[in-house]
Design a protein around this ligand. Sequence first.
Ligand SMILES: [Zn+2]
Length: 259
Amino acid sequence: MHWLSRWPQAAAPRIPRRGWNRRFALAYETFEAQRPRAGSLARRFGLALALLGALSSVSAAPAAPPLTTQEPLSDTVWQRMAGRSWHAKAGCPNRADLVLLRVPYHDFDGRERIGQMIVGKAVAATVGKIFDEIYRTDFRIFSIRPVDDFEGDDQASMAANNSSAFNCRAMTGGTGLSAHAQGLAIDINPAQNPYVKGAKTEPASATALDQPAERAAAKDIGLIRPDGPVVAIFGKHGWKWGGTWTSLKDYQHFSSTGR
Ligand SMILES: [Zn+2]
């Protein structure tokens, strides 16, 4: 394995807020997003070009905010999904119907990061716009990693306060396939935005934030508010929020299907 190919496998790298390291980090992210073949001469040449580009922009204005990019599922990503978020059973989408997004966000410490999210190809461009707009607000996201990093276990992903999209699984508390199964739903900051049905709150750590009055009074970072920017941005692009449901509340959940 080429040493450079190890970095993108790790948790999202930090991007410095300013200076040369920021330029190189952003250039590297852009280069990674284009994903030439590992170890090839073209890959090394491409990286050299990307770093030269960073050098030559020395007199340019401050770097523009990074934008979400999308790419087909690589063999590595697909093999990691099999048996975790994807299963060879009726209702799960084809590989070609899903894409990997690299999503810029601000973490709970305000640092810029690039997350990875798998969504339906049909909604990928819209989801990219949504996260590019969220990035330009002060809203913070704890982490964005495919649920495969949690063995496809939604409970484990929620317990880790992870935000994710695709998972070919049943609806929470139901038997039909979830909108997540087509990559048409996204959960954000579950620890601040729980799923609440009757006496059940998931994740269980979020019971202090499961009632409307508690949520209105709370100051927690990453809490999604009815009148806040996240609901407004998703709504502008036609996505519905589970926080408006009446039979139950799913404060972390947005979907293009309304379910
Ligand atoms: Zn959800």
